[in-house]
Write a protein that binds this ligand. Sequence first.
Ligand code: GLU
Length: 412
Amino acid sequence: MDPFQNYLKKLDKAKDTIKFNDKIYEILTRPQRIIEVNIPVEMDSGETKIFTGYRVQYNNFRGPYKGGIRYHHNVDMNEVKALSAWMTMKCAVVDIPMGGGKGGIIVNPKQLSKGELERLSRGYIKAMHESIGPFIDVPAPDVYTTPEIMSWMMDEYMKHNGYHYMNRAVITGKPVKDGGSLGRDKSTALGGYYVLLDALEKYSIKNPRVAIQGFGNAGSVMAELLANNKDMIVVAVSDSKGGIYKKDGINVKRLLAHKTETGTVQDFQDAINISNEELLELDVDVLIPAALENQITENNADRIKAKIVLELANGPTTPEADEILFKKNVPVVPDILSNAGGVTVSYFEWLQNLENKYWTLEEVNTKLEKIMRNSFDAVYKTASKYTVDLRTAAYINALQRIEKAYNEMKDT
Ligand code: GLU
């Protein structure tokens, strides 16, 4: 499914539930600005290759555009548009004063050398530096982009706009030595973990058996967090090459070493190799999609056996699948709530840069926990009030806050 259509359908459902302001609704059905750049990069071979990149600045009523940059060979404009719209909703769901944006480059970063990757990342910012800034648009990492890439990007921005400490706030998700926040690396998973604890309690699920699709920054850290909780058990994980299943639980620490050594989670000890599709349909209590869009669809939603789905990926469930799961009484804790821990700590990083100070890890995590738990509670209450699923409730909370910001602006 086209992810932007997915966004529009979910937006419509929330709008119809609360009879939302037509003018603001219309504004939220399209991005405020789209930027497309073609970046010439000198490859190690000496030839020059041109890569296409995007930045979609979706909405800034609540604050500067905010959202990651994705490096993937399947990146396309509609995907980036959807991801930027979801960022708009996400920041509003957790009530941080940021708007929504997203970037992407069509590239398979695994095929580039480190030097090529640096030249590409700098080229993207060189082409884009006038359109971003600490108070305009603040990018961050996403799929296959790293703190090191953020560091190159920040440096390139400063080259053009001045080496001022506040300019470090142009990018978040940086290494701590370059102005990054403590805790940012684990924040997406940790935020999801806090939300999961509350959801398990609300839906009375004890000692959950968990399957996680995706073993990147979000999925692998989530696996670690769950493995450290004696009341939970991780029985399946996967990466882009496939997955593994072990009925009595996976030793996540050993698995991390195995993945570093072999490049995949598969063929691990006596676990059974399974496919990504099989993982989704396992008989578990909690299913955590933590990879890409469109994983739970009308084709497999009926076969999902989990009692609850927690979305760490962006857009893993289609609207048709949402309906099926709702009818089956399987709550889906939506992406714009459960993976908002990443952007929340990005906001903390931005604040620390502007104040030119560092918060302790404890300070970061305490504030993160409060925001995530309050947001879950608010979404849960809205869902009960309107008898809707958690996703529609999250959109409703977001829309009401965006409307408030819009009404407070003088010149629109
Ligand atoms: N890429 C992450 C997301 O989808 C983080 C964005 C950010 O930190 O700005 O939420």
